[in-house]
Ligand binder design. Structure first.
Ligand code: ARG
Length: 606
C-alpha cells in the first residue's frame, strides 16, 4: 500500500520511466520506517538527495496512512504511520479466516522487505525434490532437498499455485544388474535382504564387494550381473518383477524417513528415472534428426551454447554413450519434456544439490533448443548447499562411514527428550514423547531451512537445538508460551478453534473479533511486523527462499518476547487484557501457520 504510492510519487516527480524504482525501505530510528530511494535517484537525475527527497514528498499522497512524513539527514524520508490505520489493518487480519498466505500484502512493508506490487498469477508448478536413489542411503544432502522442497511446495500451495510433486528417484541403470543378482542369491526373505529397508548402504556395499571380487569367468557373479542388466532393459518379465520388488523395498525405506520427518511425499509422487526409459531411443533419434545432437567420439551429444570445458572447447551433454547406453542427461531430457507437455507446467523447479547445477543447466539449455521447454515456461534449479561435519567436510560418521539418516534423526529426538524430561517432569510420558519428536525433528528441519538454501552449513546438534537464536526450538517455544498464556486466560479454545492441535491455530480459524488496540511502542512494533506476513510469503514464493520465512518468524518471536516483557497481559485490566490476548492469539496464528508452511509442528507444551 505504501510502496505503490511512493512509486507513484517518484513517477510523477521524475517521469514514468522511474516508476519501477525500489523505494529502499528500511527500519528507522526516528519513525516507523524510512525511504532511502532519494540517494540513488538524486544521482540519476542530478539533484542533491535532499532536493530529490523533497520532490518525492511533494507528490506523495499518504493521507489516512501516515501522520508524519519528514525529510532527515542527507535525504531520508521518515514515515510515521497513523495508529488508527495500523489498527484497522491488524483487526481486519485478526477477524478474517482467509488463509494467512493470501492476506493481502497491505502492510506498510516496514523492516527490510521491499516487495512491491501484486503477487504473481497462480500457476502450475512442478517441483522435483527429495529424489533419493534405490538401494542407497539417503544422505544429509537428500535430507535437505526433501525438507526445503516440502516447504516450498507448501508455500506455493498456500499462495494459490497448483503444485505437482515429483520424486525423481534413481531406480534405473547398470548397478541394478548387480543388485538384483545379489538379492536373488541371498534370498529375498533373508536377513541380509532386509538391509535394503534398514541399512541400504550396507546392502549396496555387499553387492558391490561381490561384484568386484568375482572372477572374470563367464558364469561368475559379474558376468551374471551384466546379463541381468541386459535382461532388465530388454524387458524380460521375470527380471522386471524382481526389480519391482526390490524398488518396493527401497520405497519402504524412503517412506520410513518421510514419515519420521512428516514429509508430504507419497508413492503417488514417485516418477523415477525408470519411468522415462521407453522414450529415450526416440528422443535421441529426434535430436539427431533435427541436428540438435551429433556424434562425437562415438557418443551422441548435444553442445548447448555457453558451456565450455576447461580447455575452452564446447562441453558435451552425452545422451547416448558409444556402447548405446543412455545416461542421467537422457532421462532428464525426457523428464523435462514430460513435465511441460504432459504435466502442463508453467514453472519447473529442481530442488537438487548445487553440484548438479551445470548438468541441469545443460539439460534446460538443450530442452530450450529443442523447443521442449518454451520461453513461457520457467525452469529453475533451486540449488541445495552441502551439509558439512564439524571438520568442514561432507558430514560423515566417526568411523568415516556415511551417516545413517534415521540414526541422526533419532539422536535429535533423544536430545530434545533429555531437555524436556529435565524441564517439564510434570508432563506425562506421552506428552513429553510428542514434544520431543516435534522439537527434535523441528530443529533439524529449521536448521536446513533457516540459512540460504544454496549456502553450506555445519550440522551441529547443540546449535540447532538451542533455545536461543534463530532456531526451530526458539520459535516453537514462543508459540507454546502463547498457548499457555491463552490457556491460563481460558481462551485457548476460543482462539484456536480446538485448543488441542496446531491445526486450529494454523488454519486461521478466526475468533469473533475483539478489537486490538495498538498503544505501547512494543505493541506497535509487533503490529507492524504482523502486517508483513503476506508480503513475506509472496517473497518466499517468488524467490524460492524459505529462509526468509524463518527470519520473519524469528523476528516475530523476538518482538513478541519484548512485548510480553513490557506489556502485562494476564494482569492487565479489562479491555486492555482483552486486546492483548487478541494480539497474542494473532501472533500464535502467524507463528503456527508459518511453522506449518516450513513443515514444522507447534508443540502444545514445551
Ligand atoms: N537422484 C539424484 C541424486 O541423488 C537426484 C535427482 C534430481 N532430479 C533430477 N531430475 N535430476 O543425486
Amino acid at each position: 500500500m505504501v510502496i505503490p504510492r511512493v512509486q507513484a510519487a517518484i513517477a510523477s516527480a521524475f517521469g514514468e520511466e522511474f516508476r519501477g524504482t525500489d523505494p529502499v525501505i528500511r527500519p528507522s530510528q526516528f519513525a516507523d520506517i524510512q525511504i532511502n530511494a532519494a540517494m540513488a535517484l538524486g544521482k540519476r537525475v542530478g539533484l542533491p538527495p535532499r532536493d530529490a527527497a523533497a520532490r518525492i514528498v511533494d507528490d506523495l499522497d499518504l493521507d489516512g496512512i501516515c501522520t508524519a512524513v519528514e525529510i532527515s539527514g542527507p535525504g531520508f524520508i521518515n514515515l510515521t504511520f497513523d495508529g488508527t490505520w495500523i489498527e484497522e489493518l491488524l483487526n481486519a487480519q485478526a477477524s478474517t479466516s482467509a488463509s494467512p498466505a493470501v492476506v493481502p500484502a497491505a502492510g506498510p512493508a516496514a523492516g527490510t522487505t521491499a516487495a512491491a506490487g501484486p503477487a504473481a498469477e497462480p500457476g502450475r508448478v512442478v517441483v522435483d525434490y527429495s529424489s533419493p536413489n534405490v538401494a542407497k542411503e539417503m544422505h544429509v544432502g537428500h535430507l535437505r532437498t526433501t525438507v526445503v522442497g516440502d516447504s516450498l511446495v507448501k508455500v506455493l500451495e498456500a499462495l494459490g499455485d497448483t503444485v505437482i510433486r515429483q520424486n525423481h528417484i534413481g531406480d534405473w541403470g547398470t548397478p541394478f544388474g548387480m543388485l538384483i543378482e545379489h538379492w536373488l542369491e541371498i534370498g529375498e526373505d533373508s536377513p541380509e535382504a532386509a538391509l535394503l529397508v534398514d541399512d541400504p548402504s550396507a546392502f549396496y556395499q555387499a553387492a558391490r564387494a561381490k561384484f568386484d571380487a568375482s572372477p572374470t569367468d563367464e558364469d561368475g557373479f559379474a558376468a551374471r550381473a551384466r546379463l541381468r542388466v541386459v535382461a532388465l532393459q530388454g524387458g524380460d518379465e521375470e527380471t522386471f518383477a524382481v526389480w519391482q520388488r526390490l524398488v518396493a523395498q527401497s520405497k519402504r525405506y524412503f517412506n520410513a524417513i518421510y514419515s519420521m520427518l512428516g514429509i508430504s511425499l507419497t508413492d503417488d509422487h514417485i516418477a523415477g528415472e525408470s519411468s522415462y526409459d521407453a522414450h529415450l531411443a526416440q528422443l535421441c533419434e529426434e535430436l539427431q534428426a533435427r541436428g540438435i545432437a551429433r556424434i562425437s567420439d562415438g557418443a551422441l551429444c548435444t553442445f548447448p551454447a555457453g558451456f565450455t570445458g576447461r580447455d575452452g572447447a564446447p562441453q558435451p551433454l552425452i545422451i547416448r554413450k558409444s556402447d548405446g547406453g543412455y545416461g542421467y542427461g537422457t532421462t532428464d531430457l525426457a523428464t523435462i519434456r514430460y513435465r511441460v507437455r504432459e504435466l502442463a507446467a508453467d514453472r519447473v523447479l529442481y530442488v537438487v544439490g548445487a553440484p548438479q547445477n551445470v548438468h541441469l543447466r545443460m539439460v534446460m539449455a538443450t530442452a530450450r533448443d529443442a523447443s521442449w521447454l518454451p520461453d513461457t515456461v520457467d525452469a529453475v534449479h533451486v540449488q541445495i548447499g552441502n551439509v558439512l561435519g564439524e571438520d568442514g567436510k561432507i558430514l560423515k560418521s566417526r568411523s568415516g562411514a556415511p551417516v545413517k539418516l534415521m540414526a541422526l534423526l533419532e539422536e535429535a529426538v533423544d536430545r530434545a527428550r533429555a531437555v524436556i524430561d529435565a524441564s517439564r517432569p510434570e508432563l506425562t510420558d506421552e506428552e513429553r514423547a510428542v514434544t520431543a519428536r516435534q522439537v527434535g525433528i523441528g530443529a533439524v528441519k529449521y536448521a536446513d531451512l533457516s540459512v540460504g538454501h544454496d549456502t553450506e552449513y555445519v550440522f551441529d546438534f547443540d546449535r540447532m537445538l538451542a533455545l536461543n537464536g534463530n532456531t526451530g526450538p526458539y520459535v516453537q517455544y514462543a508459540a507454546a508460551r502463547i498457548r499457555s498464556i491463552l490457556r491460563k486466560a481460558g481462551v485457548l479454545e476460543h482462539y484456536t478453534g480446538t485448543g488441542t492441535t496446531a491445526a486450529g491455530a494454523a488454519s486461521g480459524a478466526a475468533a469473533p473479533a475483539t478489537a486490538i488496540a495498538v498503544v505501547e511502542p512494543a505493541e506497535r512494533a509487533l503490529a507492524l511486523h504482523l502486517l508483513e506476513y503476506g508480503v513475506t510469503l509472496q517473497r518466499v514464493g517468488e524467490l524460492l527462499e524459505p529462509h526468509r520465512l524463518c527470519t520473519y518468524l524469528f523476528e516475530l518471536a523476538q518482538l513478541f518476547t519484548s512485548f510480553y516483557d513490557q506489556c502485562p497481559v494476564l494482569k492487565a485490566e479489562d479491555s486492555v487484557r482483552e486486546s492483548r490476548l487478541a494480539l497474542c492469539a494473532l501472533v500464535l496464528r502467524r507463528l503456527a501457520g508459518g511453522l506449518e508452511l516450513l513443515g514444522i509442528e507447534t508443540p502444545e507444551n514445551m
